[in-house]
Write a protein that binds this ligand. Sequence first.
Ligand code: APR
Length: 311
Amino acid sequence: MSLPKVTVVGAGQVGASTALLVALKGLADVVLVDVAEGIPQGKALDMMHARSVEHFASTVTGTNEYGSTAGSDVVVVTAGLPRKPGMTREDLLAANGAIVRSVIAEVRETSPETIVILVTNPLDVMAHLAWRVSGFPASRVLGMGGVLDSARFAYFIADATGAAISDIDAVVIGAHGDTMVPLPRFSTVRGTPLSELLSAEEVAEIVRRTVFGGAEVVALLKSGSAFYAPAASVTAMVAAVLGDTGAVLPSCVLLDGEYGLSGLHLNVPASLGRAGVLSIPEWDLDAAERAALHASAAGVAETLASIDLGA
Ligand code: APR
């Protein structure tokens, strides 16, 4: 039985980890692309050596050009610079914008029907830029931010409550940055909302650690940003798309009036399947949650207004 094809652009920390997870789970054959000569080929070969140990059916190939990526079902874009200590995701704007432009120009030609999932930061702006440059319908260009932020939120909730991680449903929406909006009212431990389990101070501390979860990793690593949880998060999105599951995952999608916002990509719960974004079910946010989402959107809109979005 032939597997779907997933291209991962960028064979660095996030890209290689994603390729390995997709392969280990047998979700698809993987093509790993990078501008660095030998890196995608070497990492792909190394992963293929693991096949007889892990018994996965997927193949992984590495390349510096897009010919063998043709007809990909999903393209995950991780190409770009990661943060260094003290940098915000916005500091990456110019360099990563140019990289995303060049990657999308290739993808548009070689895989015109694909679903594109951006991971490159600053995520919300890169997802919107990729959509504009691609000319694809908005349902086929999305970004990974909300799944990761929600996973971090869940980790800190587990840490504070002692609950099993599998008993926790946590949700973060908004920009994948300092203005992200964790939603304690919609985040539950065995079905009970966090806001009913912990004091307002305890919740505030968990929210703070969630917002700075990525920066905490950057500060420790000193030479790059997080990659295991980002790779796991984008792999979950790939699985939902390829499996056509309709799973509702916080995803960076184009808003067109939902939550009173439009003309930008932002993380909100979205149902994902074979066609990409299947629907954006609008959650019933209260006034404070909605105001926080709008404030987060305003920051993204400001950055978008400062860059050239032309194709
Ligand atoms: N095409 C393909 N690959 C590219 C290109 C390009 N035009 N430009 C750079 N790359 C590659 C680099 O050669 C490198 O191998 O992207 C890879 C990035 O890998 P890392 O430096 O290890 O960065 P990583 O930690 O994987 O983060 C990548 O994801 O989470 C975000 O903020 C993070 O924007 C960053 C991206």
